[in-house]
Design a protein around this ligand. Structure first.
Ligand code: FE2
Length: 368
């Protein structure tokens, strides 16, 4: 069964390591014991993975992702493996700080987040340890996981164009590079350069076209903005629907959510815009890695393998209307309607490696 303990900004920062550890233990007090009982969640002193009662034990997941389907996902893992899943949820940066401040005593086994650029922040701090798993290597395409197994992509998101068909002919649309063309002057909306999604897009461009060409592209793109960047991806789609901009660059699932929504306001927006997947499409991941100090490394690998199984993939992707990373998993009907696209083969680990350079370029070209 699943135990979820939420943390929030300042609260998390003020808790001491011991209190955080206690919170993990006591926060799960009501959860039924799985697999004949599980031991304490911590205990990184080399004890067996199972608890004192000989159960299959636990896995402690620090997750920056929360969707309704996640609880079912974790419960299914427990039913299958006997391993209880304890989840601590929080913002990405808070969880990373927490893992660091907990140090050797951290009960965290797995860090789960979205965007390869964010996984890289944990990677560069030396928080992940390499995992070798034939199953993960066989199921997850090589470009969607870290080359040395520090983390693994578990769902895939595409950064696409959403356009207003009253202002844009579909024949006008082609690549991300084309958005630098003068024909787009004053017509493009996109969120700010603070967004990891845009940083990763630019980092991908650097990998594909080199830094010099990317800077020229980014400069021309900024010149084509309809307005200064403001708001997240959904407000960009809204601006396209209202006609404030002809085209926006957004993650596909924001548009998918609007399409699935029963709210008339959302339907009013989604009915006025269309999606276009530039070829090749810039893709990113939601993913996870096993922590260097994980007290339950074997359960952690089992958990990741479960997330890459057909059951795990179906739930994990469904939570946010994302694409599974594993082949042959049925797609959400909305994604089926989007049709097939040609995902870029660039290894997403490049987004982290090129992140600093991407930010420098965005600053230099005045991408607010
Ligand atoms: Fe998002």
């Amino acid at each position: 069964m699943t135990c979820v303990s939420r943390i929030f900004g300042s609260v998390a920062q003020n808790l001491t390591t011991a209190m955080l550890f206690l919170a993990l233990l006591t926060g799960c007090g009501d959860a039924p014991q799985a697999g004949g009982g599980s031991g304490p969640e911590g205990g990184s002193e080399g004890g067996p993975e199972g608890g004192p009662e000989g159960g299959a034990g636990v896995v402690n997941v620090y997750s920056a992702r929360h969707y309704n389907t996640d609880n079912q996902l974790y419960a299914d893992f427990t039913a299958q493996s006997g391993v209880k899943v304890n989840v601590i949820e929080g913002k990405d940066s808070e969880l990373l700080e927490r893992i660091k401040s907990e140090g050797d005593r951290s009960p965290a086994d797995i860090f789960l987040t979205v965007d390869a650029g964010r996984l890289w922040r944990a990677e560069k701090d030396g928080l992940f340890k390499p995992v070798q798993s034939k199953r993960l290597e066989a199921e997850i395409p090589a470009n969607l996981r870290h080359p040395e197994g520090l983390w693994f992509g578990l769902s895939k998101r595409a950064r696409i164009f959403v356009y207003n068909p009253e202002q844009v002919q579909v024949q006008e649309l082609s690549t991300y590079e084309d958005l630098a063309s003068p024909k787009w002057k004053g017509r493009i909306c996109v969120r700010s350069s603070n967004s990891i999604y845009n940083q990763s897009l630019v980092a991908w461009m650097i990998e594909k076209n080199g830094a010099e060409k990317t800077e020229a592209w980014a400069k021309a793109l900024v010149d084509n903005f309809a307005r200064q960047p403001e708001g997240g991806d959904v407000p960009q789609i809204q601006a396209v629907a209202e006609g404030s901009c002809a085209l926006a660059i957004v993650n596909h699932y924001y548009f998918a959510r609007l399409l699935k929504s029963k709210d008339p306001k959302d339907q009013a927006i989604s009915s006025k815009v269309s999606a276009y997947f530039p070829q090749p499409t810039h893709v990113n991941i939601g993913g996870a890695g096993v922590l260097v100090k994980a007290p339950h490394p074997e359960n952690s690998v089992k958990f990741l393998e479960f997330l890459a199984s057909p059951t795990g993939q179906a739930f994990f992707a469904e939570g946010n209307t994302e694409y599974p990373v594993v082949k042959g998993i049925p797609l959400d009907p909305v994604l089926e309607k989007f049709g097939k696209f040609d995902a870029s083969p660039v290894n997403v680990s490049a987004y982290g490696q090129n992140n600093a350079q991407a930010i420098e370029i965005m600053n230099r070209v005045g991408w607010k």
